[in-house]
Design a protein around this ligand. Structure first.
Ligand code: SF4
Ligand code: SF4
Length: 170
């Protein structure tokens, strides 16, 4: 369970004038993450919004758009570049959420999952035009999971880069 006293800042990111990361200062060097497959705070809450590249990738995995894509008009709109959202099942969970033989929640398109699923549970907050703070969404149960790997600077940089591109397009 997340400790409310835990500092939710993972890194301070500085951008250069071309909006590329010029410095990433990791503030929690021992922070671990491993998904616990609860799906409670992500996949069970509905399908995420999709970017055009997400739709292409899922189509390439063998699904027709009409099976998985909820049209832009019907989806909640938080991401400007979103072209729609993943459909949900009757219980409100993402259409691609399933369970394996051990009854663990799994994503049936894991290799092809949308960008928003890849970057969960991380987020950024702008503190100056050229400075962002990389944080985590505190309720996720995989945070500081002792079974997880320490988050490497390279990983944090990749996640930050995706979040910055997303924020830039909004
Ligand atoms: S641990 Fe976090 S990312 Fe994993 S399924 Fe649970 S809420 Fe989602
Ligand atoms: S696509 Fe996969 S990871 Fe994303 S919400 Fe659906 S089941 Fe979860």
């Amino acid at each position: 369970m997340f400790n409310k006293k835990m500092n939710d800042t993972l890194a301070i990111i500085t951008l250069n004038k071309n909006k590329k990361i010029s410095n990433l200062l990791v503030t929690q060097k021992q922070f671990r993450f491993k998904c616990k497959r609860c799906a409670d705070l992500c996949c069970k809450l509905g399908g995420p919004e999709l970017l055009e590249d997400d739709v292409k990738r899922i189509e390439a995995s063998g699904y027709f758009k009409k099976y998985f894509l909820l049209s832009e008009k019907m989806c909640r709109s938080g991401v400007t570049r979103a072209v729609g959202a993943l459909k949900t099942k009757d219980d409100g969970s993402c259409i691609f959420l399933t369970q394996n033989n051990q009854m663990e929640n799994i994503c049936s398109i894991y290799e092809f999952r949308p960008l928003l699923c890849r970057i969960y549970p991380f987020m950024i907050e702008s503190i100056k035009p050229d400075t962002f703070v990389l944080k985590f969404i505190p309720c996720c149960k995989g945070l500081n999971n002792p079974e997880g790997k320490i988050l490497a600077e390279k990983f944090l940089s990749i996640v930050s880069n995706e979040l910055i591109k997303l924020a830039d397009s909004n």
